[in-house]
Design a binder for this molecule. Structure first.
Ligand code: PGA
Length: 243
């Protein structure tokens, strides 16, 4: 599954060595960045000229905090490959005015269309930190970058990364679904483990799955879930793959 995701990144970079890559963080991404680093070392791929744009950042958090997403990407992507720290873009989790930071992030995303967006999914179905709504409406599809309250489920799931004594922020600046749908050409959703299968199947069956896989994004066939069997591990550009 990791190889398949990294193959897509490699192919996209071969086509355009200075593309904008949508980055994500979390446990799912660690083996993906590990494989990317191996290929950079081997010389089959270079990230020197690519720009990476992260989906979200905790708020408030210092950029140098070990659990900030900027630190994660520095550790797993920049320090292990030839990617340049100047080409790493992350929402400002330390901004004194978070509303202004959200607006600034919208501007950055608008000016830098993403060729390929790597992303995971939360156990509760969140994409980036866009938390599921009790009563979702169509507005979710036009949502812009905003400061989002994290749900109990997300806080619980991500608490594993925080060491005793490290304060876990309860909010995050996250791109909106509208931001993503307007700026991203191709999505590569990766999810491991039985506990994610229900969330992946829900996305696949929802309008979101259809939007992600629409003709504009060049998907080769309609999305399909795994019926919650728990063996779904990877979807590539919404061409779902059971492995
Ligand atoms: P995880 O997070 O990879 O740490 O499970 C994924 C996500 O929340 O999108």
């Amino acid at each position: 599954a990791v190889l398949l995701a990294v193959d897509l990144v490699e192919k996209a970079i071969q086509e355009n060595p200075s593309l904008n890559l949508g980055a994500a963080t979390g446990g799912t991404m660690e083996p993906i960045y590990g494989e990317l680093a191996r290929r950079v070392k081997k010389g089959s791929i270079s990230l020197r000229n690519i720009k990476t744009f992260q989906l979200d950042e905790y708020f408030p958090i210092a950029p140098t905090h070990p659990q900030s997403y900027r630190s994660f990407l520095m550790k797993h992507l920049v320090e292990t490959t030839d990617a340049s720290p100047e080409n790493l873009y992350v929402p400002d989790g330390a901004a004194s005015d978070p509303a202004a930071a959200c607006e600034e992030w919208e501007r950055i995303m608008c000016e830098n269309p993403i060729a390929l967006q790597l992303h995971g999914i939360g156990v509760n179905g969140h994409i980036a930190f866009i938390e599921p709504r009790k009563n979702p409406t169509r507005e979710i599809f036009s949502m812009r970058t905003s400061l989002e309250e994290l749900t109990f489920s997300t806080l619980q799931s991500n608490s594993r990364f925080f060491k005793p004594g490290e304060v876990q922020p309860t909010r995050a600046i996250t791109v909106g679904m509208g931001t993503l749908l307007e700026s991203v050409a191709h999505f590569v959703l990766v999810a491991f483990g039985k506990e994610k299968s229900a969330a992946v199947a829900r996305v696949a069956a929802s309008r979101l799955g259809l939007v992600f896989a629409g003709p504009k994004r060049g998907a080769t066939r309609p999305v399909r879930g795994d019926g919650g069997s728990g063996h779904l591990e990877l979807s590539a550009s919404f061409k779902f793959v059971d492995v």
